[in-house]
Write a protein that binds this ligand. Structure first.
Ligand code: NAD
Ligand code: DAU
Length: 352
């Protein structure tokens, strides 16, 4: 029986960037929640990729890992053809690194996405696009700084840093493959996500691990920038849902309603770990800092998304507990390449 054009078959899902933070959560949960499906993770294993993040599913017969670069057409094309669904998490993902060196962001986030799209368009064409899906994981940062109110999916894209500009470029390529070639594409735009296995360059794992090590927590500017913190399993569940129920050609916001500024984030972490607030240290602001994002995510709720961590205290509590209980994971990372980046980014900090 041929699959309905509007329903992805989900027999074999290719998860690109699946050794990173959110992609690995999606892959672990997808293997658990879809016992009939095969999952291939494709990942270049940049500094941010880590096969340990996939340990819970590594020995599962329906799971496979392939090391490859999404910019390498010859490597990715056979993997795409075997699958009926691509969920693309692969990206350079850290805003501060994009300000230091934008080039690799354009390469992976724009050219790499185009390579994956081309592989899907050409590889799936002979069998038709029915039952196929290409889901691009994007970010609320594509809307740019939002002074007041909330952005729904039809708001204009106005990215302001090299990371978000490259992610917006990727989205435009994705939608263009839907419009011009009929590829069934869908995009999710998530808010700031936290939880287990997040590389400790991002504010939350950086603050938690520094606090455990009694090191300063670097707060940009006056620490008044606000974010909404979504638990990683909620983000992964929303992507799974959009994959199954989202309409091709559409974007879906993934967020929550709790605004938290950087000082509150740092104070909550210090309190949970019983560390002094004197560990907070103001440092020069991020250039072009987006002080606020705020998503209207009712379209995703309407699909049936039911986040389990709508409460910030629960979200940060679970996150702090994981880093406290899994110190081998992040201490190994912090002993490596990380140190060079940290010294460069936080030169103003004593002991950086
Ligand atoms: P991450 O940096 O933890 O993981 C990215 C993964 O992509 C790594 O495993 C890395 O090895 C891989 N990768 C990088 N370049 C690659 C290439 N050229 N070929 C193949 N693999 C490559 O990122 P994350 O935080 O898990 O984010 C995943 C996706 O979600 C990204 O697209 C990001 O833009 C988006 N997103 C992240 C957040 C967040 O708060 N972390 C929020 C919304 C959206
Ligand atoms: O909003 C979604 C985005 O969230 C994702 O698309 C990105 O991939 C992800 O990295 C994240 O971007 P942010 O820039 O919001 O996250 P970050 O953890 O870097 O910063 C969160 C806030 O904390 C932000 O206002 C900057 C501030 N900050 C960050 C760092 C690293 C500090 O004050 N000090 C720091 O050292």
């Amino acid at each position: 029986m041929q699959a309905d054009q509007d329903q992805p078959a989900l027999r074999h899902v290719l998860v690109s960037g699946g050794a990173g933070f959110i992609g690995s959560a999606f892959a672990r949960n997808f293997v658990r929640d879809h016992p009939e499906a095969r999952v291939t993770v494709l990942d270049k294993l940049t500094y941010a990729g880590n096969t340990q993040n996939l340990a819970p599913v590594w020995d599962e017969p329906r799971f496979r890992f392939v090391q490859a670069d999404i910019c390498d057409y010859d490597a990715v094309a056979p993997l795409v053809v075997e699958a009926d669904t691509v969920v693309n998490f692969a990206a350079e993902s850290h805003v501060d690194r994009s300000i230091m060196d934008p080039d690799v962001f354009v390469r992976t986030n724009v050219l790499g996405v185009n390579t994956l799209l081309r592989a899907a368009r050409d590889g799936w064409k002979a069998g038709g696009y029915a039952g196929k899906r290409f889901l691009q994981v994007s970010t609320d940062e594509v809307y740019g700084h939002v002074g007041e109110g909330a952005t729904a999916e039809d708001a204009p894209l106005a990215p302001r840093n090299p990371y978000s500009a490259s992610k917006a470029g990727a989205e435009l390529m994705v939608f263009s493959y839907g419009t011009n070639f009929g590829l069934p594409v869908v995009v999710t735009r998530g808010e700031n996500t936290i939880g287990p296995y997040q590389y400790p360059e991002k504010a939350t794992p950086l603050f938690i691990t520094n606090a455990i090590e009694d090191k300063p927590l670097p707060i940009y500017g006056q620490g008044r920038a606000v974010r909404h913190y979504v638990y990683v399993d909620d983000h992964a569940a929303a992507i799974d849902l959009v994959l199954r129920r989202g309409a091709p050609g559409e974007a879906y916001n993934i967020g929550n309603d709790v605004e938290v500024n950087t000082v509150r984030l740092a104070e909550t972490i210090l309190d949970l770990l019983g560390k002094p607030r004197s560990l907070m240290q103001l440092v020069p602001d991020r250039p072009g800092h987006d002080y606020r994002y705020n998503l209207d995510y009712r379209k995703t709720l309407a699909l049936g998304w039911q986040p389990q961590y709508a409460d910030f205290e629960k979200t940060i509590g679970a996150t702090v507990a994981w880093y406290r209980d899994n110190q081998d994971w992040w201490r190994t990372i912090k002993a490596g390449e990380y140190q060079e980046y940290y010294k460069k980014q936080y030169a103003v900090l004593a002991g950086a």
